[in-house]
Design a protein around this ligand. Structure first.
Ligand SMILES: [Zn+2]
Length: 89
């Protein structure tokens, strides 16, 4: 039977939390949450959900992805409008 459990990769060898104590300057040293630089005590997994799951979501027309698309499109429009004209000179 194949298993993902690796005896050499326990919580002890996991990446450590990068948070530092203000008083002592020592690292937290707790295992960091997967995909995070910090442990669960230092904010990993916290925060509001993004996208429609967020309570402030209204219609999505101003979401990050849409705004990024708009910026890319406007850059292309600007390029087509005066970028090409200045190159042709
Ligand atoms: Zn920590």
């Amino acid at each position: 039977m194949k298993t993902n459990a690796n005896p050499m990769h326990s919580a002890h060898t996991a990446p450590r939390c990068t948070a530092k104590a203000k008083a002592t300057g020592n690292r937290c040293k707790s295992p960091a949450k997967r995909g995070w630089q910090v442990c669960r005590m230092h904010g990993a997994g916290g925060g509001a959900p993004t996208g429609p799951a967020n309570g402030a979501w209204v219609h999505g027309d101003r979401s990050q992805a849409v705004e990024q698309n708009r910026r890319t499109l406007m850059a292309l429009v600007k390029l087509a409008r005066d970028g090409a004209a200045s190159w042709a000179r």
